[in-house]
Design a protein around this ligand. Structure first.
Ligand code: ZN
Length: 501
């Protein structure tokens, strides 16, 4: 692959014209600056002949344009439109006029009521006029409805040859309405490329009526088109235009050098969604909130086993590539497995062993069958109920410090109240010593304490994890409490009850 894609964004023209509430000047400037930051090579800023407001806006944006960015305005192939376009765009460092006319049989017969020779002459005249008014600029010519030119393709290709001879720098081939297969369109693009070669840049502009605009655009790139017309968030008429993020990531994955700051995609998508009032569907490729989620056991297992590798078993791209900081997400549903449950607890900061996950599994499955995906709060509830409240003969009552190194411990054993004084450097040691003095001989093999940080909780809680031994029997036990002392004693009693099983 020797050629590089030239990203030509039409959000401010095609995208904006399809919004329920088109952007005002300051919003357009925000989008324009974002496109410059993204590093796009060309920006279509508007349609100056459509209104005075659009004319003024185009002029202002053209003045804002940095040196390296091609700035383009749309014009029908008429004297008035071309003159207005030239006046509006001339302040840009790299100005371009984008003119167009339909060449599809339906458009020729019913809309324009002209034959292809007539419209070719109109196009040639418009291109020459644009060149005359903008000697240092470029001219792009679009064969509107190119995707509908299957029956008269050879006539259309002859016409394209003439517009290139007339000076068109870019020949844009729009799939103005997506009706057919991507491959058919791509083969038509290839035929144009075979005839025109490098005499003009070939561009594609695909609408997404059947949801295949990205496929058509990406494949067209591999068959001669170098300019790819896209929009942010896929905005545009009807089902929208080709989405920039999808095309960029698809090309990147195919080994193409993508000249965009892709790490800004996620941030840009959120901004555009807010500004356009067009929400991002959670399943939208690349930018949707759910596209990094795994819920089935097989997918969760594959995702866990390939975590941290360059390529994930069930993920199409590195989230960081497009600026996402959320990473792969595991959700527990009735379809999920124990490794996912363990992973979910660990990510939320709960110490848990695989064996404990197995204890929780039936409860988690049952809960998920009833309510769908479990929240962190649900998982917390299961953990407290089934791992931190182990029922048995021992029931903890209180543990208080009397003086340095001396504590009083109260509890019930088979309903009978017990009280003892325990000695030790710290509460854990004193508790164990106190229990031993009443004939409950246990020892601590491992002890760990963590903080559970929860955004929705006012204060953090501590989790204690203790490995306890009695004779040759060993158990791991936990407790959660706001007090770092109480949490340890509660964990010991949970362990004591487990040891009696
Ligand atoms: Zn369009």
């Amino acid at each position: 692959m020797t050629h590089q894609p030239f990203f030509y964004d039409v959000t401010l023209r095609d995208g904006n014209q399809a919004l329920k509430k088109p952007w005002n000047q300051s919003e357009k400037e925000t989008i324009f600056s974002q496109l410059v930051d993204l590093g796009v090579q060309g920006i279509e800023i508007g349609f100056p002949a459509s209104s005075e407001m659009d004319f003024d806006s185009c002029q202002k944006l053209a003045k804002m344009a940095p040196k390296h960015v091609v700035v383009s305005v749309l014009a029908r192939a008429t004297e008035n439109d071309i003159v207005k376009a030239a006046e509006a765009v001339r302040y840009a460092h790299k100005p371009r006029i984008h003119t167009f006319i339909a060449m599809n049989p339906l458009g020729l017969e019913h809309v324009l009521k002209k034959d292809i020779q007539d419209v070719t002459q109109i196009a040639v005249k418009a291109i020459k006029r644009a060149k005359e008014l903008l000697p240092n600029g470029q001219v792009e010519f679009s064969v509107e409805h190119f995707g509908d030119c299957r029956e008269n393709l050879s006539d259309v290709i002859n016409a394209i040859e003439q517009v290139v001879e007339a000076g068109a720098d870019v020949v844009n081939l729009p799939n103005t309405v997506e009706r057919f297969r991507p491959l058919e369109f791509v083969q038509m693009v290839q035929k144009v490329y075979e005839r025109i070669g490098d005499k003009a840049k070939i561009s594609v502009h695909c609408h997404n009526d059947l949801g295949m605009a990205t496929a058509t655009t990406v494949e067209s790139f591999f068959h001669g088109a170098t300019q790819l017309e896209t929009t942010l968030n896929g905005l545009g008429e009807r089902a929208g235009n080709t989405d920039m993020y999808q095309v960029a990531v698809a090309l990147y994955n195919s080994g193409v050098n993508v000249p965009l700051n892709m790490h800004l995609f996620d941030k840009t998508a959120q901004m555009v969604s807010e500004m356009s009032h067009v929400p991002i569907w959670e399943k939208t490729p690349i930018i949707g909130s759910d596209v990094l989620a795994h819920r089935s056991g097989i997918h969760q297992d594959g995702s866990n086993k390939t975590k941290g590798l360059k390529k994930g078993q069930y993920i199409a791209f590195d989230p960081a590539l497009v600026g996402r900081d959320d990473g792969e997400y595991l959700g527990f549903t009735s379809q999920s497995g124990k490794s996912a449950l363990k992973e979910i607890y660990e990510r939320a900061g709960y110490p848990i062993t695989l064996k404990e996950t197995e204890i929780l599994m039936p409860f988690a499955k049952k809960m998920a069958e009833q309510k769908g995906e479990l929240s962190v709060e649900d998982c917390d509830k299961l953990y407290r109920t089934h791992l931190c409240n182990v029922e048995g003969p021992y029931q903890y009552a209180s543990f208080d410090r009397i003086q340095q190194g001396r504590y009083v411990l109260s509890y019930f054993e088979n309903g009978q109240k017990k009280e003892t004084i325990g000695y030790g450097y710290g509460p854990v040691e004193a508790c164990i010593q106190g229990l031993c003095s009443l004939g409950v001989a246990i020892s601590i093999l491992e002890y760990q304490q963590y903080m559970l940080k929860r955004e929705d909780k006012e204060a953090s809680e501590a989790v204690a994890t203790i490995k306890l031994a009695q004779g040759d029997k060993q158990v791991v036990c936990h407790a959660i409490d706001r007090s770092t002392t109480q949490v340890s004693i509660r964990a010991i009693f949970n362990g004591l009850n487990q040891l009696q099983r």
